[in-house]
Unconditional design. Structure first.
Length: 137
């Protein structure tokens, strides 16, 4: 009898949402180092230009990222006098966010096992995040 095939998350790979989250953070960190072309970002992130363009369009809605056409290429950078500062998280907060990311990718927050996993780590959340997460349940 054949063994059941393991899901993507059971094999240790991230979900598409996890890949997207990682890519968005990577783009922000790369732009914090200096300007990058759309093609450079796509190459570093291992996706095509259309995907990077969609990601940048979303990031531009939340961060002061400016674009400039140079010949056939679009160049992206943070606007003048803007300094990107990644959030400061405690180890407990980071672990909780990583667990939540895996949980969402493997069945969503409303799945009973997912909710149990999040509730088990609930005490690790800071007070502000606790108040927000309580509204979910």
């Amino acid at each position: 009898m054949n063994a059941p095939e393991k899901s993507v998350n059971q094999r240790g790979k991230q979900s598409r949402r996890g890949d997207l989250t990682e890519r968005l953070i990577k783009i922000l960190l790369l732009l914090a180092e200096g300007q990058r072309t759309q093609s450079e970002l796509a190459g570093i992130c291992g996706v095509n230009n259309v995907t990077i363009q969609r990601n940048l369009t979303e990031l531009i809605r939340h961060y002061f990222i400016v674009d400039e056409r140079r010949g056939r290429e679009m160049v992206y950078k943070f606007g003048d006098n803007y300094e990107f500062r990644p959030p400061t998280l405690t180890p407990g907060e980071l672990a909780t966010l990583l667990l939540a990311q895996q949980t969402i990718g493997s069945g969503g927050l409303l799945h009973s096992r997912s909710r149990a996993r999040v509730l088990n780590t609930h005490p690790a959340l800071c007070d502000r995040l606790n108040a927000s997460s309580d509204r979910l349940w």
